[in-house]
Design a binder for this molecule. Structure first.
Ligand code: FES
Length: 154
């Protein structure tokens, strides 16, 4: 990449179907402009997101990740977003242990009515990851995941 080229980070967004996915859809139907760097993976609820998938995304070339679902007390499965938040807190220490800058993962709440918040979240995440630069330690994450699989089989 020449110094004149702008780094375009690859962002994966894990979102719940009922709030954030609908909010992202509203962003589109409202014709709000936002960065196209994001690939959305839809889950029924953030409580169903296995955080190892986030590591797999890094191992496969993601530079940054967004996790977003319903606001507290708005989860369609009552408390899935609270479970996700608890796992997120534990996951941060795994990122720390692996030397992954926690700023590479943005955790947020976006409702079905917050199309502009989704656009801001994506645009701000792209700007933040652009400032951090590409994620290059993916082999370390891949090795960690492989060890997890081997330990699970033992
Ligand atoms: Fe959206 Fe649970 S349904 S976080």
């Amino acid at each position: 990449m020449s110094s004149e080229e702008i780094f375009e980070p690859k962002i994966v967004a894990f979102v719940c179907n009922w709030c954030t996915y609908a909010g992202a859809d509203l962003t589109g139907t409202s014709r709000l402009k936002y960065a196209t760097n994001v690939k959305i993976v839809r889950f029924p609820c953030t409580g169903r997101i296995d955080f190892l998938l986030l590591l797999k995304s890094f191992a496969q070339g993601a530079d940054g990740i967004i996790v977003s679902g319903c606001h507290p007390n708005d989860c369609h499965y009552t408390s899935g977003n609270f479970h996700a938040r608890r796992r997120w807190i534990a996951f941060r220490s795994i990122l720390d242990m692996m030397g992954v800058d926690v700023r590479r993962v943005q955790y947020s709440w976006v409702s079905a009515a917050e199309g502009s918040k989704w656009a801001d979240l994506v645009n701000n995440t792209v700007a933040d990851i652009r400032a951090l630069g590409p994620y290059t330690d993916y082999q370390k994450v891949a090795d960690y995941l492989e060890k997890e699989v081997q330990d699970g089989e033992a």
